[in-house]
Ligand binder design. Sequence first.
Ligand code: GDP
Ligand code: MG
Length: 371
Amino acid sequence: MKIGIVGRPHVGKTTVFNALAQSNAEIGGYASTQNINLNTVSVPDERLEPLSEIFQSKEIKTASIDYIDGGGTSRSARTSDIGLMAKAELDTNVLAELRTVDALAHVVRLFEDDTVPHVDGSVNAKRDIESINLEFIFADLTIIEGRLERLEKLLKNQKTPEHQNEFRVLTEFKQTLDSGNPIRSLSISENDEMLIRGYGFLTQKPMLLIFNIGEDQLTIADEIIDQYAIYELLHQTSIIVLAAQLEMEIAQLDSADAVVFMEAMGLKQSAMERFIQTSYELLGLITFFTGGPKETRARTLCKGQTAVEAAGSIHTDFATGFVRTECINWEDLVNCGSYTEAKSKGLLRTEGKTYQVQEGDVLNILANATS
Ligand SMILES: Nc1nc2c(ncn2[C@@H]2O[C@H](COP(=O)(O)OP(=O)(O)O)[C@@H](O)[C@H]2O)c(=O)[nH]1
Ligand SMILES: [Mg+2]
């Protein structure tokens, strides 16, 4: 899973990135094509340790999330500085990078700090959200208009069903974007989705709004959540409120100090844990496990995906040669203490290709060699 962190200049994107990725990228700087920050964080999972004991694995492998911090580029900052409402603010290279992500995390500034002036002169969450939405709408429109022009020419020569369909879908997208709405607000059929997947439209991606509050606003965090909860009513949109600067400082402590510090601040879960949980929910992701002497491993899948798709996510050959899978809930397996015990209790099931994998399933996939 890959997530792109975007937002207006100086709202705390890099600070959020550092808090999440537990890294040390330079804050206060302008992002540019040369310094898109990339990082991978592992997704902590308490189920792995007890499972690895059953498998007697040498290694534990967590699932991971890739983050890029690239939105709000140097051009974006400068054009805004001189008061232009720049339409094509985002650097094309940053946009290209963002088109590859699974979800966007938009950092929205709520903290007040006179030493960090807002590029638009004041802190205003609604304005910032609209401004970034517009930027992405414009970026998608640019691609769609170009493609529609090309398709029109192609269709004049030959009316292939593929091109006709693409023309229809893109025309609908254009109308939606022209009226100021993101593509994610539409429901798109699976067939149509296949036609346009390759474009990586930015306004089609699920959106996580991260409201960045100051330490002094922590006591009213719940009221702030209520105030912005309205955004969660939007299609494929989630919100999270966090004090990024404080969370970044916590992320840089060693874990024992971090626990003490978090307790003192009344924080139950780290920013990273909350962010991971919210992103999994937003993207409809579930975790399943595989294990053996070599490794016990957590893997991600979309809700509703099947055993053969799970096999394919491990290796394409596993999908092609898929025979069946043994399947058991992780907790049942841990409670039984061994596969033999689980089998004798009748908790180990055999499932076929179309079985919908459930959160916490442990799979042992049987596949024929295909080459
Ligand atoms: N007071 C305060 N300052 C913050 C907070 N988050 C970020 N900043 C400051 O805002 C400035 C811009 O932060 P940065 O993460 O570089 O923003 P970016 O341009 O969006 O990547 C830096 O000086 C940060 O120290 C916050 O929660 N509170
Ligand atoms: Mg930055």
